[in-house]
Design a protein around this ligand. Structure first.
Ligand code: MG
Length: 349
């Protein structure tokens, strides 16, 4: 039987990773970039330019706490910022579906403009296409962006090197070493559950809102404190997918303390009702931070002083005792947190 694309191929778990490795990398890899396609990091780096491209196909276009426009800007900004780079400019490629109300387009563009103002970045080039009605859900937006080295990144690396060896110039998924501590900047699962509620018309008895937000200013603040070795935004596939990527690329085990992982009560209750794991659900305004143990309290304090980071927690550490991601549960047991097959919520970004 002919193999065809399924929704799971876009869900950010092991099915998507296999597709990218067996097909995309097979044909498109092979550059000499400093951080190449094969690294499958949040962005690439070539000639000291950080480069990222990200398409957004969230369904529906508007949901509690955000919309496709805010998502398209924040998503690309965050993938650039977690490399330790300062975002410089963005592009916007609009693919509009026949029948989309012009008023909706205006609302989306205004939201993109507002998110750009928050991030302090402009969209400076783009493209507009229209396709016939059917399946797109109104529009798809691609944003690409570039970022550059900056003083905060240099200061951060100087601080890391006071405590341990560090032989890369960027904040990469492969940088963790045993002993590094792991922080999450806030509650998990909010975005995925907000989009799921909008898709299905669920009412969870309280308003679960997306966390979608640009994190570049927060990240610059933390780099100025220093000691950060790895950062990642836990989007599709959630915390579970992001930490498994770190573990695989850094060749370390990761021990997580379940009682430290922040999940809102209403999100946890909704997940239990629906039989989904909040650790596998995507986020759009959170960052995972790997930091040398000597600086972890300072980074945590700095995070907690901000609106985006007020619920931050130290949730675990890298270890050489095993090679998987292991969750120490509230009752004291331990279980392997395997990478998810895919995000339980479709088309969240
Ligand atoms: Mg990312």
């Amino acid at each position: 039987m002919m193999e065809r694309i399924t929704m799971a191929h876009g869900a950010g778990g092991t099915v998507m990773a296999d597709l990218v490795k067996k097909h995309v990398l097979k044909h498109l890899g092979g550059s000499a970039a400093e951080v190449p396609l094969e690294a499958l990091d949040d962005s690439a780096v070539i000639n000291d330019i950080v480069l990222k491209s990200d398409s957004h196909a969230v369904k529906p276009l508007f949901f509690s706490g955000g919309d496709i426009g805010r998502l398209a800007v924040a998503g690309t900004i965050n993938d650039i910022a977690v490399m330790g780079a300062e975002p410089v400019a963005l592009t916007s490629g609009l693919v509009l579906e026949e029948g989309l109300p012009i008023a909706d387009l205006d609302r989306i563009l205004e939201s993109m403009a507002e998110t750009c103002r928050e991030a302090g970045v402009h969209i400076i080039t783009g493209d507009t296409k229209v396709v016939e009605k059917g399946g797109l859900g109104g529009c798809v937006i691609n944003t690409s962006g570039i970022g550059r080295r900056n003083d905060a990144l240099e200061r951060n690396i100087v601080e890391v090197k006071k405590h341990r060896s560090f032989n890369t110039r960027w904040i990469l998924d492969s940088n963790l070493k045993p002993g590094d501590k792991i922080i999450v900047s806030g509650t998990l699962g909010d975005h995925g559950l907000a989009v799921l509620s909008a898709q299905e018309g669920y009412n969870f008895g309280s308003q679960i809102m997306s966390d979608v937000t640009p994190l570049n200013n927060l990240i610059m603040r933390l780099l100025n404190v220093g000691g950060i070795v790895a950062m990642k935004d836990p989007t599709r596939g959630g915390l579970s997918n992001a930490l498994n990527e770190w573990s695989e690329k850094s060749k370390v085990g990761i021990l997580l303390h379940e009682e430290k992982i922040p999940v809102r009560g209403d999100v946890r209750a909704a997940c239990e009702m629906l039989g989904i794991d909040p650790l596998e659900v995507g986020n759009e305004g959170k960052v995972l931070i790997g930091v040398v143990p000597e600086k972890v309290e300072e980074i945590l304090t700095s995070l907690k002083e901000t609106k985006e980071g007020k619920d931050a927690q130290i949730i675990g550490e890298a270890t050489e005792d095993f090679s998987e991601v292991v969750l120490e549960t509230v009752v004291g047991g331990k279980r392997i947190l395997a990478p998810p097959i895919g995000d339980p919520v479709p088309r969240i970004c």
